[in-house]
Design a protein around this ligand. Sequence first.
Ligand code: HEC
Ligand code: HEC
Length: 325
Amino acid sequence: MRALFVGLLVAGAAQSVSAESLHEQAQRWFGDGQPPAEVATLNPAEVTLGHQLFFDDRIGKDGTSCGSCHVYEKGGADGRATAIGAFARVGKRNTPTVVDITPQISMHWIGDRASLSDQAIRSLTAPPAYAHESVDDALAVVKSLPDLTQQFDALYDDGVTADNWGRALTAYQVSLVTESPFDRYLQGNHKALTPAQQQGLQTFIDTGCAACHSGRLLGGNSYQRFGLVEDYLPYTGSAYDAGRMALTGNPADDRVYKVPPIRHAVQTAPYFHDGSVDDIERAVWIMAKVQLGRDLADEQVASIVTFLQAATAPMPQAMKPPVLP
Ligand code: HEC
Ligand code: HEC
């Protein structure tokens, strides 16, 4: 059913090429290039607290913070195949970026975190992340740090709680947005993309990538099987992984993952849920092969990568640790 749906979307995209201009097609697939509305209503004090919490290495066991794995120099990810957390524990999954990640249907590769807040709270006890025995243990550490409790008390009537930890980290991460040349193009500046980048955008749409990687984030709105047309394991060299079936127990979710946002993909190698592929060209070629049954020529792959370069932007300064007084 899902496969058929995507197939129809792809066919629809191919048919509409002559009738609609590239700019119209792009707006239909990706929106108007504006940041999410909620960014404008953020409370700056909450964002500041979230920024501090994100990089505070006193809270996680063994000095771990969110900022150990989500790094400015690595596009908000960590550049590793899979993450390394507290006590040098090697995780199972590749670290995604935290820049331009809202709105999405869920968080994590298999969507096992409902929201940014849920993600932030459950990081406190995740063995490869903060590694605390319980959320209360982690909050006891936060409560022992007066510089932080003062800020919690100023913002929230109930001070340090799991929900408020989640709120502050949500506010900070929602604030991490960029404006790329592609956003300026979507806003109406047709010259924001070079002719080569526009060609890449057209190739991205015509190949069928936009059927899954759509919206402002170029992803984050649906779950799809990795290997829709053909098994991916021989191409990535990965070990078998159940994907969302591990969460839902439903055989229809075997090897199904959230379609990841790929705005910043060129900055966040290596690729896929297990970091099994090192370069973006190979990742794009594999996607076309196993999701769409298309064998792209090197020029087509390069053209898509040229577009992806125009969809990314330098990391926001707030992706760096805060400068504390
Ligand atoms: C040990 C490294 C590590 C630490 C520490 C860490 N993360 Fe992550 N982060 C990851 C990995 C790996 C994933 C993907 C996990 C998965 O999908 O199963 C991830 C996923 C995420 C996502 C989901 C992004 C998306 O688009 O789905 C968010 C948001 C996030 N982390 C925020 C945080 C916050 C906030 C903290 C601190 C409270 C934190 N991370 C601590 C490695 C880390
Ligand atoms: C049928 C849906 C679908 C289509 C079509 C599709 N993708 Fe994907 N894409 C996914 C899914 C699902 C993943 C996550 C795979 C995994 O588990 O690692 C993904 C992952 C990616 C990644 C890796 C992101 C990262 O951070 O590791 C890139 C890059 C990518 N896709 C680009 C493309 C391109 C370019 C095209 C067109 C040639 C395309 N995709 C077509 C569903 C799709």
